[in-house]
Design a protein around this ligand. Structure first.
Ligand code: NAP
Length: 259
């Protein structure tokens, strides 16, 4: 049986997606950097749901990451019919204050590795009668977000890349969906140095398992875009309809002072 490969499956939304798939009796392969957590997660899923699981501890923010994932799959004779590109992070702050190395890592992980994994693993996905790619963007993909400028731009890339690839693969066994969560309770805010927003964000954050349930349902239904939560959906779609400067100004005021 083919596996679902999930990146960023050591915690947060990726771990919730892995649990959701395992609960549907899908075998899973988990990829992230934290080896001990991946081992624990893979064992937990196998025991709890009686599925096959394995993991690869790998930094996906390097230019050869997709090739290394593919080499690992080949060496283990693993076939995949689901690819979930979830690993990603944001960094809050003005461009001039952020570290160049961190920005480059973010762009490599959020965009280049995601696109490269689609490219490199596509032949293997195409061997199935049905296969799925789920790329994780964000509601930030739908508008510019000052102080999360590079992050939002990487997510806009994910959204447009996914929509384009979906058309290219129409009529083939591979369905492509893009998941755009809004605020979700995970390690994201701490990783992005946005602790000042934590209290406020917690009030309207969704739970990762709720996001994952909606995401997997939408993926199997072959949806182009999945935006969990009515408010998130409305705000993303509004941002497409109203003058761009309006949501940008709101975002600037929300994020700039940290208050
Ligand atoms: N939480 C939100 O509010 C929110 C909203 C919209 C979109 N998203 C998107 O959702 C996705 C998941 O984020 P999350 O909220 O679940 O954040 P999270 O809790 O910080 O989880 C991030 C996951 O990505 C992995 N990861 C990070 N850097 C990596 C690297 N260099 N190589 C391999 N794996 C790496 C982490 O594992 P290791 O540290 O073990 O490597 C972890 O498993 C991201 O693409 C994020 O942009 C999140």
């Amino acid at each position: 049986m083919a596996y679902a490969l999930i990146t960023g499956a050591s915690g947060g939304i990726g771990w919730a997606l892995a649990q959701e798939l395992a609960s549907r009796k899908h075998d899973v392969l988990l990829v992230a950097r934290s080896e001990a957590t991946l081992l624990k997660n893979a064992q937990e899923l196998a025991q709890k749901f009686g599925i096959a699981s394995d993991f690869l501890a790998l930094d996906l923010s390097t230019s050869d990451a997709a090739i290394r994932v593919n080499d690992w799959l080949t060496s283990k004779n693993y076939l995949i019919d689901v690819l979930i590109n979830n690993a990603g992070f944001g960094s809050w702050g003005k461009l001039e204050t952020l570290k160049r190395e961190e920005l480059n890592q973010m762009m490599q992980l959020n965009m280049q590795t995601l696109a490269d994994l689609c490219k490199v693993l596509l032949p293997s996905l195409q061997k199935n009668k049905e296969a799925y790619i789920l790329n994780v963007a964000s509601t930030a993909a739908y508008q510019a977000v000052p102080t999360l400028t590079t992050y939002a731009a990487t997510k806009a890339f994910v959204l447009l890349f996914s929509r384009g690839l979906r058309w290219e693969l129409a009529g083939t066994p591979v369905s492509v969906s893009c998941l755009s969560p809004g605020a979700t309770s995970t390690g994201f805010i701490d990783r992005a140095n946005m602790g000042f927003l934590k209290e406020r964000a917690e009030k309207f954050s969704m739970k990762a398992d709720e996001v994952a349930r909606i995401a997997i349902q939408g993926m199997y239904a072959g949806k182009a875009e999945i935006i969990p939560g009515a408010l998130n959906w409305i705000s993303a779609k509004m941002a497409e309809l109203i003058p761009k400067s309006l949501p940008e100004k709101i975002a600037m005021n929300l994020y700039k002072t940290g208050k």
